[in-house]
Design a protein around this ligand. Sequence first.
Ligand SMILES: *Cc1c(COP(=O)(O)O)cnc(C)c1O
Length: 471
Amino acid sequence: MSQIDAVLERAVRHAQEHLRRLDESSVAATATHDELLARLSLPLPERGTDPSQVIDELVAATAGGHLGSESGRFFGWVIGGALPSALAADWLTAAWNNNPGIFACGPAGTVVEEVAGAWLKELLGLPSTASFAFTTGCQMAHATCLAAARHAVLARAGWDVETDGLFGAPPIRVLANADFHSSSGRSLRLLGIGNRAVEKLPADAHGSISVEHLRSALSTKSGPVIVLLNAGDINRGTSDAFDRVIPVAHEHGAWVHVDGAFGLWAAASARYRPLVKGIEQADSWATDAHKWLNVPKDSGLAFVRDSASHCAAMTVSNASYLSQEKGARHPIDWTPEFSRRARGFAVYAALRELGREGIEALVDRCCAHAQALARGLAKLPNTEVLNEPVLNQVLVRFKDPSARAAEGEHDRRTEAVIAAVNRSGEALFGSATWQGKRVMRVSVVNWRTTETDVARTLAAFEKVLATPGPA
Ligand SMILES: *Cc1c(COP(=O)(O)O)cnc(C)c1O
């Protein structure tokens, strides 16, 4: 057997073993930083090692150092799993190892993006003429969309940002839902639009900025404005009232960008689509395939209504936008990267594996599991569910049962209960600060999660909460 055949077979076996054992393994990592470092930090090797041995030893040295993020009981952050065909397509992507920046460097990889991009617009109800880009994640999808926004709002003010940069440019205001995700903030910084440009508009009980607040913020000053909205806030899964907010932003000439990292997928479900009503009126949308679509990580998606602004912000080729329309689509003109992974294959595979119906069922199922977790947790002693789950996100607080416990004690109790459940290996959750309080955040986006996982998770909480003394 050749060396390459041997090592690929080893890798397949290791991967299969990891995935087969998800139900018996701890969802949380069990190895500490020091243990991992001790096992991995060999002196820089002087001589080479046989590939199969490298892989076997890599697996052994990292044992216990992988979260069970593929498990159906992984509810931390917002992290999806990998659908079978998407995982396999991702392996093949590495084996083919083309560079689909331009058609000539990756013919199939560029065409598969062209097809998957069109499918995604249809699935998510976005304008069929919107341009798109396959990026590393939602963060770089924001950077792509906001670069297009920066081009457009400055061009309207008579400024050519690609030629002249931002020195001396008219200032850009960013009016943002106060609960915007830090990845949009960082994208704005990367684009030379600092934190000071961002004016936070408070969200109401339903998570939307108010039309009145927006209107008054827009009326105080004229000039270039970008409005930053949420489809699926990270904490409660709430969205802006797009159908009412976007028309007001457009009356004032603002560019509307939507962070829909996971929330945009509500548009794929008849049941949850009303949550994002009017979202198609925005100017740009950023989302992830590596969250709710369950494609392996390194897969974000940017969509831009005004394709000319998108191309102006990103292009490096000499061909004009019009001449590209006739021939092949060159991703390099739409993405921030030069050489890049052929991300389209895994997305294409996931869309085919599930189809429209399967994606809708995945979204509906995850939301139902989130709601079941919320109902089950609410019944447990000293446990408060802080939001009525509208989508797949739930916030929970564990109360210190002692009579005069203050918020600080509830914060500590919340952290302790999360830590105890994570330590049990049964399920994994993260914590966050929401409205000044520590909370447990529940996120359900994994295709593997079942009712059994929900029941097993609730049982783990029951056990921790029944244990006397500090959790
Ligand atoms: C995860 C997330 C992001 C960032 O996405 P990456 O793919 O990690 O870059 C942005 N916004 C929201 C709401 C998210 O949940």
